[in-house]
Design a protein around this ligand. Structure first.
Ligand code: DGL
Length: 259
């Protein structure tokens, strides 16, 4: 099946990267809305319009399923997209349930964009998994900018994360949830700052399990590299320098995968 992965930018590559490891027989379309990234600091109405345009484009590519590999777009627009289209649509959900399943009754720092943090969807999730006393929310919008600039391990990244994390006594926390797909690029710096017992949890495996179920796919060990077509805001990426940029992100994700 041809499956689309859609994000405001290159964060969604972290979900695609995981999919390429477990779904070698599928074909992928990756759509990064590079003309409009970041989404997290825009209004919900603006994001909804951008997601509508991206979906129109992707549906015209005759994809069989769309993964909204962006927590922000999921928060602002997935309900509207499901009402409009009948193909399988899978969104991202910050891994709060996973955090509480693994470490019941321990605090969890849920990091995401402003839109995700302020949205109803995350509140509904917190209620659904009984996380009211345990979930502490924090927006980390600068990480999206750093990721788009390919600035992963600089002194500025470390300074930013140290300042943001300084507000918490991590002895009380079991984990940090990466509730924005762009945050996966910073696992090494987070590991450097956080005490070793604090786990970094993303929603990628959960999202792909749901895709597999909903679209009737079969997960297996990858013995080949699946075919991927890349698009920036509807323009096919064919330029060698741009393809090399995307490849660099994927190699970065190889290093972040098991941290
Ligand atoms: N990667 C996105 C997310 O998962 C959004 C980043 C942005 O555009 O602000 O939330």
């Amino acid at each position: 099946m041809k499956v689309a992965f859609f994000d405001s930018g290159i964060g969604g590559l972290s979900v695609l990267h995981h999919a390429m490891k477990i779904l070698p027989d599928e074909e992928f379309v990756f759509f990064a809305d590079e003309d409009n990234v970041p989404y997290g600091t825009k209004s919900r109405a603006e994001v909804l319009k951008l997601v509508e345009a991206a979906f129109e484009f992707l549906v015209a590519q005759e994809v069989g399923a769309i993964v909204v590999a962006c927590n922000t777009a999921t928060s602002a627009a997935v309900r509207a997209m499901r009402a409009k289209y009948s193909l399988p649509i899978v969104g991202m959900e910050p891994a709060v349930k996973l955090a509480l399943d693994l470490f019941p009754a321990r605090k969890v720092l849920v990091t995401a964009t402003e839109i995700t943090i302020r949205g109803d969807k995350i509140q509904a999730l917190i209620d659904r998994v009984h996380a009211r006393e345990f979930a502490v929310l924090r927006a980390l919008p600068e990480l999206v900018e750093f990721a788009e600039r390919m600035e992963f391990e600089s002194a500025a990244v470390e300074k930013y994360l140290r300042a943001e994390f300084a507000a918490y006594d991590f002895a009380e926390f079991s984990s940090v949830v990466l509730g924005c797909t762009h945050f996966n690029y910073f696992k090494d710096t987070m590991r450097k700052i956080l005490p070793p017992h604090v786990k970094l949890l993303d929603g990628n495996a959960g999202t792909l399990n749901y895709l597999i179920k909903l679209a009737g796919l079969k997960a297996e060990a990858a013995d080949k590299i699946p075919r991927v077509e890349y698009f920036y805001s509807g323009r096919r990426v064919t330029d060698a320098a741009e393809l090399a940029r995307l490849e660099k992100y994927l190699r970065r994700l190889d290093k972040m995968y098991l941290l």
